[in-house]
Design a protein around this ligand. Structure first.
Ligand SMILES: NC(=O)c1ccc[n+]([C@@H]2O[C@H](COP(=O)([O-])OP(=O)(O)OC[C@H]3O[C@@H](n4cnc5c(N)ncnc54)[C@H](O)[C@@H]3O)[C@@H](O)[C@H]2O)c1
Length: 385
């Protein structure tokens, strides 16, 4: 099969930049795709971060320390940008204005003002395809939930709970990094870091809360810096958001939580929906399981626990009996993004990457949550515009 090669530049060669390179390197894992990313250029302000790419990604022909040079490189069609949050607005706007397509990391701006600048550039350049990174909904169990919501399988929804929990910050000796400082990570703290992952599906389903009451906690208030001296740890560790969702025909509470300190949880992303006709839960804690309870009036209430087969949005060489994992979800997200780049409006797109509009929605909720925590009030959210 002939393939459309999409030439990528990577800006930010840290943790996530490498994940993309690894996904691109095992593109042969996907079956029946007529497009393929090729990383031709990389950029990092810290040149030593690009060394790994030089050693492991033979397609890389150019290495930059100034992202503007990468944007001027005609051998780059699209950019993956994975840099600290305070740089999102400036760099994302410059990428979009250069005419190169963008998969940008969440939260798509350090705060709502920064996100507005990005959204203005998105609207000014409709020919540039811009998406926000969020991989967990590509797990087969999450895709089953997406399907069931589309089919209205749940009946009247009684309650939704979604979250993304980590626990390594329970260790007070874990060193300080940019993700624990307001200047680089933002006032949102854990919401900015983890919240887009939690909101991707609710936003996709159109579950826009009309209000939010938030409780935010800063638990570990100082951490050692590189020299071992304690420095203030400024950002929110944990957030619980009680949202009031009102749809045309139903109204239900939706509890969203983002936690850096949830003892025992390492990268646990989950969604639970309780409905009058069906309830269901998927959590990455049990990545191959989907649990559900179908109900008919007067019938038995029994949870079914099923091993969800490896049935991904884009087909792969992996047999259905095997397990799906984090790096598979990253590969699927990249397939969805490249599908859109290669085929535009004709892309078959079993599931679309998070959109800039969905990121705008997340910023509305996080900004209202900050105000709610500050004032102790329930804050209405205006979804007009
Ligand atoms: N999708 C996910 O699951 C996931 C997971 C972790 C982080 N992230 C997001 O990815 C982004 C980056 O996080 P990370 O964990 O990879 O961080 P990281 O610190 O590992 O990497 C960031 C890189 O950006 C580089 N950088 C800083 N300023 C730069 C500039 N001006 N030009 C070019 N490079 C510059 C740094 O030197 C560093 O190498 C953030 O937005 C974060 O929220 C997403």
């Amino acid at each position: 099969m002939s393939k459309t090669i999409i030439r990528f530049g990577v800006i930010g060669c840290g943790l996530m930049g490498k994940e993309f390179a690894s996904a691109a390197a095992r593109w042969c894992h996907l079956t029946n795709v007529d497009f393929e990313p090729q990383i031709t250029a990389v950029c990092d302000a810290n040149v030593s971060a690009t060394q790994w790419f030089k050693e492991h990604v033979p397609s890389v022909k150019a290495v930059y320390t100034d992202y503007k040079e990468l944007l001027a490189d005609p051998s780059v069609d699209a950019v993956y940008c994975a840099v600290p949050h305070h740089l999102h607005a400036q760099i994302y706007v410059d990428i979009i204005e250069s005419g190169k397509h963008l998969l940008g990391e969440k939260p798509f701006g350090i705060d709502q003002d920064a996100n507005r600048l990005i959204q203005e550039a998105v609207l000014k350049h409709p020919d540039v395809i811009v998406r926000c990174s969020s991989e967990f909904p590509f797990f087969p169990g999450a895709q089953r939930i997406v399907q069931w919501v589309k089919e209205k399988k749940f009946g009247t929804i009684m309650e939704v709970e979604a979250g993304f929990w980590h626990s390594s910050d329970l260790d007070p000796g874990k060193p300080m990094n940019w993700k624990r400082q307001i200047a680089s990570n933002g006032e949102y703290g854990c919401m900015g870091d983890l919240g887009m992952h939690v909101l991707h599906l609710p936003m996709r389903f159109g579950w826009k809360p009309k209000s939010v009451r938030a409780l935010l906690a800063n638990i570990i208030r100082q951490r050692p810096d590189a020299s071992g001296s304690p420095v203030p740890c400024e950002t929110w560790d944990n957030a619980i958001l009680a949202c009031d969702v009102e749809l045309e025909d139903q109204r239900f509470p939706m509890v969203l939580s983002t936690k850096r300190i949830a003892p025992g949880h390492a990268n646990t992303w989950f969604i639970r929906i309780a409905g009058t006709e069906c309830s269901a839960e998927f959590t990455t804690k049990h990545p191959k399981q989907i649990t559900y309870l179908p109900y008919t009036p007067g019938g038995v209430q029994a949870w079914h626990v099923e091993d969800a087969p490896y049935q991904s949005a884009y087909g792969t060489i992996t047999g259905g009996i095997f397990e799906f994992g984090f790096s598979d979800s990253i590969l699927q997200m990249w397939a969805a993004f490249c599908d859109e780049l290669a085929h535009g409006k004709d892309a078959r797109l079993p599931f679309r990457c998070a959109t800039p509009e969905e990121a705008v929605g997340s910023h509305k909720i996080f900004t209202a949550a900050l105000e709610s925590n500050r004032t102790g009030q329930t804050i209405p959210i205006d979804w007009r515009n």
